[in-house]
Ligand binder design. Structure first.
Ligand code: PHE
Length: 352
């Protein structure tokens, strides 16, 4: 009976089968319990003779049940661990990574280059007053240059007379910076700033978007002349394009807020139909590309900004950031900058 019971216990396939066997053997109505009860009705000699075998059967069964239970529970735990195990050798799923937009990247690069030259970063509002955007920059109400700016005007609700508009260039930051400086300390100069930011013009095609980015530069000091302007532009463009052979050409031009005004061209070579900056634009197979507007700050602008033009001179320039980014990274459609298509960014190495 004992070996039979133990064989039955060891064959229990799972915990519930084992529990059924335990009840059948050792439960109140169980067969071993029934045997135990027969001991009570026996004569003492008989009981003495039979009790050890029945006790041994009961102990043997309950030990075997405990052992089997431990074995089944161990196996269940093993199975659960195996089912929940993580395979750390599996390749991780591809997680898309963000990146800095080329325009922001270029603005950061320029801020760094100009910081090395001692320029601080200045800012101004994108919703601007007519006076700062035009009048103070020597473009009074009827000035024809205003028409060239394709200005987004706000409905005529301005509190202090000046109409509000979306700034058409970063040049109003020149005026704001000079006025602030004059307020902060008498004289208001010297000054060396760049002003990066968004500008707006009602214009849209492959090379124009209604919003684009400019960086303004302004240096005010004593005895500043065009040579300082040319050196500064050459130095920054060589650093930005990482080429020592950048050659500039200064052409006479006109801006109301600079006098004299110069348009700055940069020499390029045609390599497999692509423009590669570097070298004189006059060399064979080369050409000139218009890059930025600049000039000596018009004394009327200095006066409007509270500076004495007989004491202070300066130069200013304004350059399209998007344009610089396209040239540096070989992009050819300006509009793609603002589509937010990560595949396009990825194509130029701007996302993983
Ligand atoms: N503000 C001019 C433009 O947007 C550029 C410029 C800036 C020209 C400073 C001269 C000096 O076209």
């Amino acid at each position: 009976a004992r070996t039979e019971a133990i064989a039955q216990i060891d064959a229990a396939a799972d915990l519930s089968a084992l529990e059924a066997i335990r009840v059948a053997l050792l439960g109140k109505q169980g067969s071993i319990s029934a045997l135990m009860k027969t001991l009570g009705a026996m004569a003492p000699e008989e009981r003495q003779a039979r009790a050890p075998a029945i006790q041994a059967l009961r102990t043997g069964a309950s030990d075997a049940i405990a052992a089997r239970k431990a074995a089944l529970e161990g196996a269940a735990l093993e199975a659960q661990l195996a089912a929940e195990a993580l395979d750390l050798t599996l390749p991780a799923p591809e997680a898309p990574r963000g990146s800095v937009h080329p325009v922001s990247q270029v603005m950061d690069e320029l801020a760094e280059i100009f910081a090395d030259l001692g320029f601080a970063v200045a800012t101004g509002p994108e919703i601007e007053d007519d006076w700062y955007n035009f009048t103070a920059l020597n473009m009074p109400e009827s000035h024809p240059a205003r028409a060239m700016h394709d200005t987004f005007y706000f409905p005529d609700t301005a509190p202090k007379g000046g109409r509000m508009l979306l700034r058409t260039h970063t040049s109003p930051v020149q005026v704001r910076t000079m006025l602030d400086a004059v307020k902060d300390h008498p004289g208001g100069a010297p000054l060396r700033i760049i002003a990066p930011g968004r500008v707006y013009r009602s214009d849209s095609d492959a090379t124009h978007t209604p919003m684009f980015h400019q960086i303004e530069g302004l240096v005010i000091d004593r005895d500043i002349h065009l040579g300082h302007l040319k050196w500064t532009l050459e130095t920054f463009l060589k650093a930005f394009f990482e080429r020592d052979d950048i050659v500039l050409r200064l052409r006479p031009s006109y801006f109301p807020f600079t006098e004299p005004s110069v348009e700055v061209d940069v020499g390029f070579a045609l390599v497999n139909g692509k423009r590669v900056l570097g070298g004189s634009g006059d060399a064979a197979g080369h050409g000139w590309m218009e890059l930025l507007g600049s000039g000596m700050v018009n004394r009327r602008v200095l006066e409007a900004s509270g500076l004495d033009p007989d004491e202070w001179q300066g130069f200013a320039f304004g350059v399209g950031v998007d344009r610089l980014a396209m040239l540096k990274y070989g992009m050819d459609d300006l509009r793609a900058f603002f589509d937010g298509d990560v595949r396009w960014l990825g194509h130029y190495g701007f996302s993983a």
